[in-house]
Write a protein that binds this ligand. Structure first.
Ligand SMILES: [Zn+2]
Length: 584
């Protein structure tokens, strides 16, 4: 039996099995039960949240042989045909590829005729915002006076680009991005039923990388199963996702806590040599600080099976609430301004050193002389003027926090407290240009960020090594690249092939990101073309095969070991299945 990808196999077939979209499901179910039907629905939401799935369930609800219902039977001809995508009166059209007036007109001409099998003709137009203006106008006429037997289901990731005249004639439902806990729970359920062993942190990592899209999460799980030889392990998933390993962020925070500038600069150097992007590092740092602040207020907010729970709690106990606020603010501003810095390395290290400048001040005794009443040496003067700014910011932020508590005794939510503190602190930071001055005399950062990679690269055509070494921090874009095979390339074009089972990874969004990563790597514009075809010798498949070979070798080595043979023969010992793991 051929393997069916999880996303297809586990595509929900009824409203009750659709997870994470309760608000939409409830509204639609009520409308169907009360026979309050609209002639056009618009589903909005990012990719992979269930727009097409919902559309198919709705089509079944409208055409099920048991009558118009919120619980289509799933067994009649109409339900079954819609499930496998072969129902004459349900048409799915992708506006991204059929966007012109001719396609729309021919669809609308068909719409006039009564349905041939069901109650309604249901037209699902995906990515409807891609239609041309003429096509929208053609559709508008039908939407204004729709034949009674026609239902439109429009779906889009970008409702802003749909004309208001169309929007106003649709019943609109906004599908949410799925919370990573919802995704994790669903993956657990699916893997349990598939009888595939998994480690909880591995699912957490997948859920986070999937970024709200259940379909992406299931694709990544498929890949993890192949890679991990029928089990989903944390280490495998980390390496599969390009090790979005954030340990360097923890190192940075430890160095900040220890007030250790040389260590900070050292870590920045290491990040540079591992080509970790400084801009995204600042964003990740802000996200981590946010998590630490949450952990400080409510340790329960960090899930028990969070892969880094212990580290997070440890770090949050070592930083005061005020320092967390300041570091957060500084990293946000550092991220905003990194484009203005001489280069990304300078922007990044200056941001870290700014945090240290505040830190030094926060630790200074409160009775220190106020700014202007400086000591005799130049150094003292410098330190004092800098810390004056920092202290003012800190004091203001403390005061703001205190005021906030006094003014609104009812509001005990930490969130409200945080928001006020942030805005005041931001003003303080922005208005204190002086805080950057001490760093001008710090030793200059040793190496500006290297732009060597942007030079034209003579490439040997080794797609796998390119993917492994240079597209390593791109999460799902990397998954896309791993599942592609190189077909051809020359100086300014590259053609890849992706297997049918993975073609959903090749969305415009990820293709654009892959293309720009390639442009970056080659230092010139590459025209990227992706063909969909037979699954072939992709890096993902090569890795899975190698892994399986290693596993076989490890098994052979164990089984041919004399000691093990002795144990098995003489003591009746058996080997626990899947307990053998290759040494890396
Ligand atoms: Zn049915």
């Amino acid at each position: 039996m051929s393997y069916q990808v999880l996303a297809r196999k586990w595509r929900p077939k009824s409203f009750s099995s659709l997870v994470g979209q309760d608000h939409v499901v409830q509204a639609l179910s009520n409308a169907l039960s009360q026979q309050r039907l609209h002639h056009a629905y618009l589903f909005t939401g990012t990719r992979g949240v269930g727009k097409t799935t919902l559309s198919r369930i709705l089509a079944k609800s409208l055409n099920c042989a048991t009558g118009i219902t919120a619980t289509p039977c799933g067994e009649c001809d109409a339900c079954r045909a819609i499930d496998i995508g072969r129902y004459v009166d349900y048409v799915e059209m992708d506006a991204a590829s059929n966007r012109g007036i001719a396609d729309m007109v021919s669809l609308l001409e068909q719409a006039i005729y009564a349905p041939s099998a069901g109650r309604f003709k249901v037209y699902m137009i995906d990515e409807v915002h891609m239609l041309t203006k003429e096509a929208f106008n053609a559709m508008l006429k039908t939407l204004e006076e729709p034949p009674a037997h026609v239902k439109f289901i429009l779906a889009t990731t970008d409702p802003q680009k749909v004309p208001v005249t169309i929007l106003s004639r649709c019943l609109q439902f906004n599908l949410r991005q799925m919370a990573s806990s919802t995704i994790t729970a669903h993956l657990q359920d699916v893997l349990g039923q598939e009888q595939i062993t998994f480690e909880a942190p591995a699912l957490q990592l997948i859920a986070r990388a999937a970024n709200g899209s259940m379909r992406d999460a299931l694709s990544l799980t498929d890949q993890a199963i192949a890679y991990g030889n029928q089990s989903v392990r944390e280490t495998d998933v980390r390496s599969m996702l390009g090790a979005i390993d954030q340990s360097y962020l923890y190192e940075l925070l430890r160095a900040l806590i220890a007030n250790d500038a040389p260590a900070l600069l050292d870590i920045a150097q290491q990040m540079d040599s591992r080509s970790i992007g400084f801009e995204s590092a600042l964003k990740d740092l802000a996200a981590l600080l946010h998590l630490l602040a949450i952990a400080q207020h409510n340790p329960q907010a960090i899930a028990d099976d969070h892969p880094e729970r212990r580290t997070l709690l440890e770090l949050s106990s070592q930083l005061s609430a005020e320092m967390l606020q300041l570091y957060y603010q500084i990293s946000i501003l550092g991220h905003r301004d990194i484009g203005l810095a001489p280069d990304a390395y300078a922007g990044f290290t200056m941001t870290l050193l700014r945090m240290l400048a505040f830190k030094a001040d926060a630790m200074a005794p409160t009775s220190a002389a106020p700014a202007g009443n400086a000591g005799s040496t130049e150094n003292n003067a410098r330190a004092t003027s800098a810390s004056g700014g920092a202290r003012a910011a800190l004091a203001q932020s403390r005061q703001a926090a205190a005021q906030n508590v006094q003014q609104e005794p009812a509001s005990t939510t930490p969130v409200g407290l945080m928001e006020t503190t942030i805005s005041v602190t931001e003003a303080a930071v922005i208005n204190q240009p002086v805080i950057e001055s001490p760093q001008t005399e710090e030793p200059a950062p040793a190496q500006p960020v290297s732009n060597n990679e942007a030079e034209t690269v003579n490439w040997d055509g080794n797609w796998r090594s390119l993917v492994e070494n240079h597209l390593s921090k791109l999460g799902l874009v990397r998954a896309l690249a791993q599942n592609c095979e190189l077909v051809s390339y020359d100086a300014d074009q590259m053609t890849l092939r992706i297997g049918d089972a993975h073609k959903h990874l090749a969305s415009t969004n990820y293709l654009d990101k892959l293309n720009s990563a390639l442009n970056n790597y080659f230092g010139r514009r590459i025209k990227l073309t992706i063909q969909v075809g037979q699954e072939a010798n992709t890096p993902a498949r090569q890795m899975a095969v190698e892994k399986a070979e290693l596993q076989d070798q490890a098994k052979d080595a164990i089984l041919s070991d004399h000691f093990v043979q002795g144990l098995m023969q003489e003591m009746g010992a058996t080997i626990v299945p899947n307990s053998i793991k290759p040494l890396h």
